[in-house]
Design a protein around this ligand. Sequence first.
Ligand SMILES: Cc1cc2nc3c(=O)[nH]c(=O)nc-3n(C[C@H](O)[C@H](O)[C@H](O)COP(=O)(O)OP(=O)(O)OC[C@H]3O[C@@H](n4cnc5c(N)ncnc54)[C@H](O)[C@@H]3O)c2cc1C
Length: 391
Amino acid sequence: MSHQNTLVTDVCIVGAGPSGAVTSMQLSKLEIPHIIIDKAVFPRDKTCGDGLILYAYKALKLLDEDVFNTFLKHPKVLHSKSIKLHINNDHFINFRETPDRDSIISYAKRMDFDNFLVEHLNDKFAHQIFGDEVKRIKGELDHVEVQLKSGQIIRSKLIVGADGIQSVVARKLAKRKIPKHQMSTFINAYYSGVVGQPEDLEAEIRIYYHKIPLFFYIFPLADGDVNVSLGGNTENIQKCDINLKEVLEEILTTHPKVKSRFIDAKREGNWRGWGIPYHFFDQKAYGNRFLLVGDAAGLANPFYKEGVGTGMMSGIICANKIKECIENNAYLANDLKDYQWSLNSEFGKLLKFSGRSLRLSYYRRPFAYFARIFKRYVERKTPDLVKRRSY
Ligand SMILES: Cc1cc2nc3c(=O)[nH]c(=O)nc-3n(C[C@H](O)[C@H](O)[C@H](O)COP(=O)(O)OP(=O)(O)OC[C@H]3O[C@@H](n4cnc5c(N)ncnc54)[C@H](O)[C@@H]3O)c2cc1C
């Protein structure tokens, strides 16, 4: 596979977060040797709300029933059958799983969940390079060349950009930037000593109007802490000069449905902020000799911000496409364009609906009105909808 300082392979994945790790696991399942690189050494942390829903379950189950079952029994993962979306202080929609199924949402710190995935990489097919960063990428006619910080060079027929919102693969090969109106900015922190949390570990999501609709989440965790996060559309947060940290502290100390639980709570560590991109419909997730997955492809849900699950599922779709590329020795943009269609047919309807819901939420009263009218219908349909898109 190597000569001098150059490693040669068919497929190189940049990034071993959920999207890259699942791409690698599916490639291994298809017995395709590849290289996977991450600048971090695992376990590593990632700013996140730590909630896993829909496509996270679907991807794990499709990959391997045993891995899915290990996940369900993992001591660092919690599960709940209920998510409450509070439209305002006296109105909510309750998304509930039926008693015969395991959960509608799971919670795991990314430190643990991403490490769980990386531990399942297959040493036989996945050559893992961790703790070394991709610094340079050059697309040539018959290969892509990657240079790492250490000086190591990797030459591959195809490269997968699984390197998150600031993807170097997307920037260098697709020559793109993410527009601020198609991303969210979120901050989060862990709190200990929170009291009066629901016993069924229900997920609490609140739409909080502060010039624009912001989304506030409280998710419980296995170590007794809770993950608190808040965010909204990046462009509007900047335009309206919103200080997320101040708003979040205001919610924790003054919100009538929240404050009593946080009186003696203590923030563990600093506030952390990061972006969540949802530009999938406006930018191609492929090009000559590259495919993008997860955040690099802008696949997060605009409304409820699922990005882990959609990223994982895109990894499976991507690996299946790669198998076809290798069989046909075809790696150019024209050969890869049906990857976009496959992503669209998996996620398109839900992402579009979520984008429309987000836009409607800017009209506070009409949004609350529609939420009230459709509450019963949505709650009744939840189990079906979840079943179709998860496990
Ligand atoms: C505050 C906040 C809360 C969120 N809450 C949720 C939630 O509750 N549920 C949910 O589903 N989603 C949530 N998201 C979104 C979610 O975190 C992302 O969508 C998800 O992490 C995307 O996974 P990924 O594998 O595509 O990218 P990432 O998880 O970002 O992984 C990218 C990997 O690439 C590596 N990398 C990057 N650049 C390089 C390079 N040059 N060389 C080598 N390696 C590189 C990184 O080290 C990293 O390991 C939240 C996001 C934020 C900011």
